[in-house]
Design a protein around this ligand. Structure first.
Ligand SMILES: Nc1nc2c(c(=O)[nH]1)N[C@H]1C(S)=C(S)[C@@H](COP(=O)(O)OP(=O)(O)OC[C@H]3O[C@@H](n4cnc5c(=O)[nH]c(N)nc54)[C@H](O)[C@@H]3O)O[C@H]1N2
Ligand SMILES: Nc1nc2c(c(=O)[nH]1)N[C@H]1C(S)=C(S)[C@@H](COP(=O)(O)OP(=O)(O)OC[C@H]3O[C@@H](n4cnc5c(=O)[nH]c(N)nc54)[C@H](O)[C@@H]3O)O[C@H]1N2
Ligand code: SF4
Ligand SMILES: [Mo]
Length: 723
């Protein structure tokens, strides 16, 4: 039986029939949020293919979307709760064995103990009992919760409700900290809202793109193709600013290859030229912004010749780029991790916002400042408050009126008022012995957080670790309790994509084995802790609660999300949603110029550690590989770890293609095969962080941006040796 999109989009409460069916849902991988059909046969997913009418995918998917079904059936799926044997007696853990593979990554727990299968009752009782015991014994802030940008809005909302209402701690955060934390802070300060200003459909009508720190065709393929279409079909101009010669440079009008970590300098340089040549939008600046004088004064210090010395971008190229961007009507800035993942990430973001405001390129269709959000639901996890200082809808926990509202709705007293800890601080506090209980849903920090050896030490030290995942991740090996979660194909809910579109995911099959949807697990734990306000029959009820408490989601309900979702802000039931932000005024009123001086990265190459290492991703794989490395086509294309090196460097060092070398930083070392490519500059290396056998994060620098607390994944100093 083939269901039409219309008939398959109602909340699916009934058990799917044992027959052939297809269900419209949203891709689990990236923030593009493509619509895809999952095809199920006899209760098993057998394929995925694109939705023809979906506003983002429009009949297309990237290779990950086409193969998004395979990992669901993997025999490695977690199907029963697991408890470490020594934990059955609730005795303290033996942290005895030596650090295994300390320097070369790998991920087998050294905490000892063996996992034993358990029933849900036993596992959930153990988790709630232990967490309550720690709360009483060591105080609420001895607990911390990591939520998940892979999970739904409803699930993230429940985890933050659990942390705040039941355990009374604001120690809740998620991978947005490692990703766009600097965007959230930087754009909130300048514009008043930290989200993408425009919509994906507006890309094709833009006249110019300034793409920086986004390998768009690899990481947001369905957006990358819109950019290429605009260039090839409509003659749009493209400025690419990236230390690597990414695919988009083939279509670029201007390509500026700067040194890693020098973004504030070139952005200030462009503004210097624009102001000097009076190309700025005087009227817009006067009417819609504040602190132009401050900006003007600061960027005087960045003439193109000086910028060339810092960035290695030729002065004349910078001047051309500045003129082109300022003089084009519909000019859009597109950026991602190359801008955000720095100790100066917040300054980088604010500088891009300054550039856009200076030229009047915000608040119109097909212009704006567009941070491409990474995970399928990282926008949503932030929107619904899985952050240490904010409730849902970016409402501040420090605001008493806001806390009162949540206390009334949740029927609790004394919600905690002090901001909690971020991901990057939580592991430090575990090592200091301040955090005793850690509950991680859908994240794999042993491979994804910077400086893995230190994360490993924290995982060994924490007294009680709960992992809720669909696979036995490297981090899960360290857990005391592992809770098996249902995958995106096995539950209902919503994801919010990078253009603020809240979209449905729909259940196509029953959860594998005894696994359960995250929302059910979290609600069970809440109830077992004696909290009654966590009784939900269906995620739509959780969305109703989110809408009632969250002005930007005020008009959202499952009925209204048919068929392809709505873009927030959507404050009322009649509101049609918002394709682009800051139309007549900025969310905060006047836009603020907040200029910054260039500050060098925390670690730069020196005589001993003489290469600049940058890390990131490839088209074929997803983060720590739990899903993509269990997908045959993706694993076949890129089976193992590699480091990109310029052929000129390889020649000097007599290193050949495919040869294994040792790469070391001040924090650890890995052994990894060399891939020769002119994509990277001489003196630079690039390692994707997908591979546990040569984990890039063994090398990375945990130094963080002082405001956003995001780590500097995009540059650290390393040396290489032949082995
Ligand atoms: N295939 C695939 N797609 C993904 C993901 C994945 O794992 N695999 N992950 C998703 C997630 S969560 C995210 S956050 C996004 C990330 O998407 P992107 O940010 O596009 O991906 P990255 O590879 O981290 O880095 C982007 C670019 O930053 C450049 N860069 C490095 N250093 C600097 C610098 O100092 N300045 C500037 N301006 N640029 C620099 C790199 O050369 C690279 O081209 O991708 C999402 N999409
Ligand atoms: N060196 C370096 N490190 C980086 C980055 C970088 O550029 N360089 N980028 C950073 C960025 S931007 C990000 S976003 C992070 C990502 O870091 P993580 O979020 O830790 O990485 P993932 O591998 O996506 O982990 C998601 C986990 O969720 C599980 N999962 C999938 N679906 C579900 C579900 O429905 N329920 C539950 N409970 N679990 C599920 C997966 O099996 C997996 O274990 O990595 C960061 N780390
Ligand atoms: S572009 Fe992103 S959302 Fe679309 S199919 Fe690929 S991974 Fe999925
Ligand atoms: Mo990310």
């Amino acid at each position: 039986m083939l269901l039409s999109p219309k008939s398959s989009i109602r909340p699916n409460l009934a058990k799917p029939r044992l027959t052939k069916m297809r269900v419209l849902t949203t891709c689990i991988y990236c923030g593009c949020g493509c619509g895809l059909w999952l095809e199920a046969e006899n209760g098993k997913i057998v394929g995925s293919y694109p939705s023809q009418n979906h506003p983002v995918s429009k009949g297309g998917l990237c290779i990950k979307g086409w193969n998004a079904y395979e990992f669901i059936n993997s025999p490695d799926r977690l199907t029963v709760p697991l408890i470490k044997l020594y934990r059955n007696s609730l005795s303290p853990s033996p942290h005895s064995s030596p650090l295994r593979g300390e320097e070369v990554g790998g991920g087998v727990s050294s905490r000892g103990g063996n996992f034993e299968e358990s029933g849900w009752n036993e596992a959930l009782s153990l988790v709630s009992k232990k967490l309550l015991q720690f709360k009483e014994q060591y105080g609420p802030d001895s607990l911390a919760f990591l939520s998940s940008a892979k999970a739904t809005n409803e699930e993230n909302f429940l985890m933050m409700k659990l942390a705040r209402a039941v355990f009374k701690t604001n120690n809740i955060d998620h991978c947005a900290r490692l990703c766009h934390a600097s965007t959230v802070v930087g754009l909130a300060a300048t514009f008043g809202s930290g989200a993408m200003t425009n919509s994906i459909n507006e890309f094709e009508k833009a006249d110019l793109f300034l793409v920086t720190g986004s390998d768009t065709t690899e990481q947001h393929p369905l957006i990358g193709s819109r950019i290429i279409n605009a260039v090839l079909d409509k003659g749009a101009k493209l400025i690419v600013v990236d230390p690597r010669r990414i695919e988009l440079t083939k279509y670029a009008t201007i390509f500026m290859q700067q040194n890693n970590g020098t973004d504030v300098a070139w952005i200030n340089g462009m503004m210097n030229v624009i102001i000097k040549e009076k190309l700025h939008h005087q009227k817009y600046v006067e009417e819609r912004t504040e602190n132009f004088a401050g900006l003007k004064e600061l960027v005087k210090d960045y003439p193109p010749e000086k910028v060339e010395k810092i960035t290695k971008i030729p002065a004349n190229l910078l001047i051309q780029a500045a003129r082109l961007y300022a003089q084009t009507k519909k000019a859009m800035i597109v950026y991602s991790m190359g801008i955000t993942q720095h100790t100066t990430g917040t300054d980088n973001v604010k500088s891009l916002a300054n550039l856009a405001m200076l030229t009047g390129h915000v608040g119109l269709p097909s212009t704006g400042v567009n941070p491409l959000r990474g995970q399928n639901n990282v926008q949503g996890a932030c929107d619904v408050g899985a952050l240490p200082d904010l409730f849902s809808g970016y409402q501040k926990i420090t605001d008493k009126a806001v806390r009162d509202k949540f206390e009334r709705a949740w029927k609790v007293e004394n919600l905690p008022a002090d901001p909690g800890l971020t991901v990057t601080e939580i592991f430090k506090k575990v090592k200091e012995g301040k955090i005793k209980g850690l509950y991680i849903m859908g994240e794999n920090p042993l491979l994804s957080d910077p400086d893995s050896n230190q994360v490993r030490k924290a995982l060994e030290k924490v007294k009680f670790l709960v992992i809720q995942d669909i696979f036995m991740s490297e981090t899960a090996e360290y857990a005391d309790v592992v809770l098996p979660a249902a995958s995106f194909a096995e539950k209902d809910g919503t994801f919010t994509n990078t253009e603020r579109r809240i979209e449905r995911i729909r259940k196509a099959i029953e959860p594998k084995g005894k696994s359960k949807p995250d929302w059910q697990i979290l609600a069970e734990i809440g109830k077992r802790c004696g909290y009654r306000e966590m009784d939900y029959r269906h995620p739509s009820q959780i969305m109703d609660e989110i809408a009632a408490l969250t002005p930007i989601y005020g008009g959202i309900s499952y009925e209204r999300l048919e068929p392809f979702g709505l873009q927030w802000p959507c404050p009322t039931k009649e509101h049609p949603g918002t394709p682009y932000l800051h139309k007549n005024e900025f969310t905060k009123g006047k836009g603020s110029f907040i200029p910054s001086h260039y500050v060098a990265p925390d670690e730069s190459p020196d005589r001993e550690y003489n290469f600049a290492l940058s890390t990131g991703r490839v088209y074929w794989h997803w983060h720590t590989g739990t899903m993509s490395r269990r997908t045959s086509l993706l694993a076949r294309e890129v089976p193992s770890a590699y480091v990109e090196m310029h052929p000129a460097d390889a020649e000097k060092l007599k290193i050949k293609e495919g040869e294994k070398i040792r790469v070391s930083s001040r924090r650890g070392r890995i052994e990894i095969a060399v891939k020769l490519t002119k994509k990277v500059k001489e003196g630079s290396l690039f390692i994707p962080f997908h591979f546990r056998e040569a984990a890039a994060n063994v090398l990375t620098n945990p130094a963080i941006d002082p405001v956003a607390k995001i780590p500097e994944y995009k540059i650290c100093a390393v040396k290489i040796e032949k082995i």
